[in-house]
Design a protein around this ligand. Structure first.
Ligand code: ADP
Ligand code: MG
Length: 325
């Protein structure tokens, strides 16, 4: 199978096209027509074998995750997905692998009405780079995009879903931890098939003051939000301890905190909102069908503090992910 046969067979599909895609796969450029009064939100994420996934990972899960991590960035900005491009480097054209990868990719793409509109295919080490395009309304000249920089002192800090389970699965798969089979299975699902919180991002427009998605661990990622918003935060250790879905007996309190703060690969949303908006926040969570947890508050004092139930400052250890550290 040659390059063009591969593209035609696995990536060029009739129908299912988002109306914003004026021209899809097949010409030198694709054409994207955002609706009047909207901005394009654009984000790229690359997945590299050996760094982001194990060589033997299920290709269907990989197709899902490659797009999921990109949709998660759109979710963080409150953008509605329109289309994406796929740059793919493959060691060989393996029909079974490609069919499975494409199934994982398109199942998620179709669920979000997000059309594959172009890309590039070359031979080389397995490497997947997706760029997503989303749409954000501009109202009275103001973009409705959720940014990291809008947090205000006094705002409550929230996270969606559960945190720490992907990291737990990673440690188990690397042989650094043992988990009972059912728990490993559930945690592994979180690592390999994250759910981008697109509906939540949309529901939080006009409610959240700042937002981002959690990909490298809560402590590190929150640090970026705090820096952008020019403030600090206080988090409740007792609440953080409830965030992993995995209830392993072997996981002591300090270990749970380290998992949640160090985390990584969670793909949940972290956002701030005024305390007066608590009802609206909860309604957004219900509308998007995702549990939300208030984990603390933004404070004027810079830095991140984690406190126990008595308000005492805790020494916490965590390592967030940094490719070049
Ligand atoms: P070029 O002539 O610019 O090199 P290509 O031959 O790489 O173009 O691609 C031909 C068409 O197929 C283009 O429209 C391109 O966007 C599309 N394409 C190539 N690879 C992929 C892919 N992996 N997924 C989707 N579309 C692809
Ligand atoms: Mg060309």
């Amino acid at each position: 199978m040659g390059e063009f046969e591969l593209i035609r067979r696995y990536f060029q599909r009739p129908g299912g096209t988002n109306p914003a895609v004026a021209l899809g796969i097949g010409d030198d450029c694709a054409l994207l027509q955002p609706a009047p009064g909207t901005q394009l939100a654009i984000s790229s994420d690359m997945l590299v074998e050996g760094h982001h996934f194990f060589p033997d990972v299920d290709p269907e899960a990989l197709g899902h995750k490659a797009l999921a991590v990109n949709l998660s960035d759109l979710a963080a900005c409150g953008a509605r997905p329109l289309a994406f491009t796929l740059a793919l480097s493959l060691p060989r054209a393996d029909a079974a692998w490609l069919a499975s990868f494409a199934r994982g990719l398109f199942t998620l793409a179709d669920a979000h009405g997000c059309t594959l509109m172009g890309g590039d295919t070359t031979r080389g080490p397995l490497n997947i780079c997706i760029t997503v395009f989303g749409e954000v309304p501009v109202v009275n000249g103001r973009s409705q995009a959720l940014l990291r920089s809008g947090g205000q002192v006094g705002d409550e800090l929230w996270v969606s879903g559960t945190l720490g389970d992907a990291r737990l699965a990673l440690e188990a798969l690397q042989g650094r931890r043992t988990l009972p089979p059912e728990q490993l299975q559930a945690a592994r699902q979180r690592l390999e098939r994250p759910t981008p919180r697109v509906a939540l991002g949309l529901a939080l427009r006009g409610i959240a003051t700042a937002a981002m998605d959690l990909s490298d661990g809560l402590a590190g990622d929150l640090g970026h939000l705090l820096q952008a918003s020019g403030c600090g935060a206080r988090l409740e250790a007792a609440v953080l301890g409830t965030l992993p879905a995995t209830r392993a007996a072997s996981l002591e309190e300090a270990g749970r905190l380290a998992l949640v703060l160090g985390g990584g690969d969670d793909y949940e949303l972290l956002f701030s909102a005024p305390a007066a908006q608590q009802d609206a926040v909860r309604a957004a969570g219900r509308a998007a069908d995702v549990p939300l947890t208030c984990i603390g508050r933004l404070e004027a004092e810079p830095g991140l503090r984690v406190v126990d139930a008595q308000g005492r400052l805790l020494e916490v250890r965590h390592t967030s992910y940094d490719h070049f550290a």
